[in-house]
Design a binder for this molecule. Sequence first.
Ligand code: PMP
Length: 422
Amino acid sequence: PAAVDWAAVRADFPLLGRTVRGGRPLVYLDSGATSQKPNVVLEAEVDFYERRNAAVHRGAHQLAEEATEAFESARAAVASFVGADDDEIVWTSGATAALNLIAYAFSNATLGRGAPESSRFVLRPGDEIVVTEAEHHANLVPWQELCARTGAVLRWFGVGEDGRLDLTDVASVIGERTRIVAFGHVSNVTGAVAPVATLVAAARAVGAYTVLDACQSVPHLPVDLHALDVDFAAFSGHKMLGPTGVGALYGRRELLAAMPPFQTGGSMVEVVTMQTTTYAPPPQRFEAGTQMVAQAIGMGVAAQWLGELGMPAVAAHEQTLAAELLQIATIPGVRVIGPLDTTDRLAVVSFVVDGVHAHDVGQVLDDQGIAVRVGHHCAQPLHRRFGIAATARASASVYTTLDEVRAFREALAGVRAFFGAE
Ligand code: PMP
C-alpha cells in the first residue's frame, strides 16, 4: 500500500486549525477522551439533515427509504470495520450504554418473549463475574450492579507494577462458577493491550461469556472481533473520529438471538396486544425507540474512512507517537503509570510529576495550548492501586504529529521548575 500522507490526514480535521489561549496553536493530546472529526464525518451528518432526514424502518415514503438505506449501510460499514456480520452490530448511544445493555440483559430473563433461550442469561447467587482492576468505570459499575441484582459475586484480576494485568494465576480467578469475563482491550490509563487470547481461552474453558471493552482499541488497532472470538464487545463512535451520541454493541449472532432485551417500546417488537408482546429478532430487538440516525451514519463514515487509511498503517503511525510520548519518562521527576516499552501498548500515556498536582500540570500545559486530561480518567481503582488520586494523560490519534509530542515534552520538562519543585 502507498505510504499515508499524515499531514494531509491532519488537514482534514478543521478543528485542529484553531488556536487557543491567546493565539497559541492547539496541541490536542486528549484523543483518548474524545477524538476530533474529519470533514467527511461532519459532511455526512449535515448531508443527512439537509437531504435525507426521516425516521428509519417505518415510513412508506422515499425519504424514509433513503434514510433506512443510509442507516443500514452505516451498520454494515461498522460491522466490516470490526470483523463482524451486519446483524451482530446493535446501535447504542455509546460504549457505556452497550455495556449496560449486556448487564441488564443478564437480569431481564423475564423479558424473554421472542428470545427462546433467555434462560442462558439467568445469573444465580454465587455465580461469578470477572473483571480487572484496570477497568474504566463503564466496564465495572454495571457489573457491580448486576451482582447486586442477582447475588452474583464480582472477582477481578489485579494489575502489576508495570501496569499490565497480572495473569500469573488465571485459574484462581476464572473457575467453574464464572459466567462472565469482562475486560478492556486497551486500558485508557496505562495504554496496555490485554492478552485477549489468554482470557478468552480461560473463559471458554469454563463456558463463561466474554465481554470486550474495545473503546480504546477500535480507533487505534486493526480489530477483528470474530478472530478475537469474544462473545460481546462495546465501542463508541466519538473516540473513533465519529460523532458523540452513538456507539455499538457487538454480540455473537446466536447469543443476540437468545438474549432478552434491555429497553422495550417501539421499533423492537413483532406483535403487540393489550396483554403481551413478542420481540423482533436482533439487532432491532435491542434498538427500542427512534434511533440516532445521523450519528450512526457519521460513525459509519468514520469507520469507512479509517478502514481506507488502513488500520495497520494507523497502528504503525501511532506506535511512533507512543515511543515519542514515552520519552517523558526520562524527564526528572516524571513517572509514567503503565508500560515503558511500546510492545503491546498504545499512545495513551498517563503520568505523575513529583511534587506537582496533576491539575496544576494540566493547567501549565493548557497555558501553552497543550490539551491533556487530568484526574482519575474514570478508573479510580487503578489509580488507588498505584497509590495516587490523579494522573495527567496525553493521548494521540491519527492526526497527532511528532512535533506536537515534542512541544508537549518540552513544556512538561519545565513544569517542575515552574512550581519550584526542583
Ligand atoms: N471504556 C473505556 C476504556 C473508555 O475509555 C471509555 C471512555 N472514556 C468508556 C469505556 C466509556 O465510553 P463512553 O463514555 O463513550 O460511553
